[in-house]
Design a protein around this ligand. Structure first.
Ligand SMILES: CC(C)=CCC/C(C)=C/CC/C(C)=C/CC/C(C)=C/COP(=O)(O)OP(=O)(O)O
Ligand SMILES: O=P(O)(O)OC[C@@H](O)CO
Ligand SMILES: [Mg+2]
Length: 259
């Protein structure tokens, strides 16, 4: 089926312009166990306004990524499925879109441009919607899988000017989205001070993730200016957490912030 070319960017833009908050469920192909999710869970998801499903992992490519995406789509359509690739080998035409990221918090050319070059032809041939994304690893100095894989250090929450300059450079290079990631399973999230500053200076849709395992942390991200939060690990541990987060988001969007 031909893809709707701007389906995902339009959905994110709508959130951003309407000051509504979004939630993305990150499914890690290396860890996802289809048997851990009941049929009832998939059915209930339809009434809960999940904004996006991200699929990706820092571990190496699983050969049946296409099958996994088909499996997810059969149960969640029309929720967009977006690739969050750890490498060019995770480009998969079954998805709707790809976060076309450059790891600009680091200085490893492999993740600044080389992976992107290796992915481009496949993406061009796939018809995937491309979401040019400035990807910054930001935490309190914790080691995470992206750090291990890319060999780059995270920026520290306290390095506010450097974070802002880096994100601005991404904007000036034409990237349309900023993703501040504390890293999968991180205990120190991106600080609210950083989220606030990036949100107010950049004025681009802002994605925040990494270690968001409590409603309180998600609330803080929303209040600070995140447009879309990404949750992976905590849903792997407890799928009902996604339901809680989506109910909370609905309440936040409808009750607390009536325009
Ligand atoms: C644009 C293309 C094709 C590739 C981009 C390649 C880049 C720049 C990647 C950024 C660096 C990187 C390795 C990101 C990984 C992102 C990711 C999918 C993280 C999720 O990590 P998990 O795999 O959940 O971590 P755990 O292993 O801790 O579960
Ligand atoms: O798995 P968690 O800790 O929720 O992090 C999600 C994502 O931001 C990691 O790249
Ligand atoms: Mg993971």
């Amino acid at each position: 089926m031909p893809k709707q070319q701007r389906k995902v960017s339009n959905a994110i833009q709508q959130l951003f312009e309407n000051k509504k908050k979004g939630v993305a469920w990150l499914i890690d192909p290396g860890k996802f166990d289809p048997n851990s999710i009941s049929d009832v869970f998939w059915e209930n998801l339809h009434g809960l306004e999940l904004d996006l499903i991200l699929v990706g992992g820092s571990q190496d490519e699983s050969s049946d990524l296409g099958e996994l995406i088909q499996f997810i789509k059969e149960r969640t359509s029309p929720i967009p499925v977006v690739l969050f690739p750890g490498s060019y080998q995770q480009v998969c035409p079954e998805a709707d879109a790809i976060l076309f990221m450059s790891l600009i918090s680091g200085r490893n050319p492999e993740y600044l441009i080389s992976q992107q070059v290796q992915a481009s032809r496949t993406i061009q041939n796939s018809g995937l919607e491309v979401l040019p994304t400035a990807y910054l690893l930001v935490n309190d100095g914790e080691i995470c899988s992206v750090h291990r894989k890319s060999g780059t250090l995270p920026l520290l929450n306290e390095e506010l000017d450097l974070i802002l300059d880096t994100a601005l450079a991404g904007k000036f290079l034409g990237m349309n989205y900023v993703y501040l990631d504390a890293g999968s399973g991180s205990s120190s999230s991106v600080s609210t001070r950083v989220i606030q500053a990036v949100s107010s200076e950049l004025r681009l849709p802002l994605i925040v993730g990494g270690g968001l395992n409590k409603l309180k942390k998600i609330h803080q991200c929303f209040e600070a200016g995140a447009d879309l939060v990404v949750i992976g690990n905590q849903i792997e541990k407890d799928p009902d957490f996604l339901v809680e987060v989506l109910n909370f988001k609905k309440f936040y969007n409808e009750e607390l912030h009536v325009n």
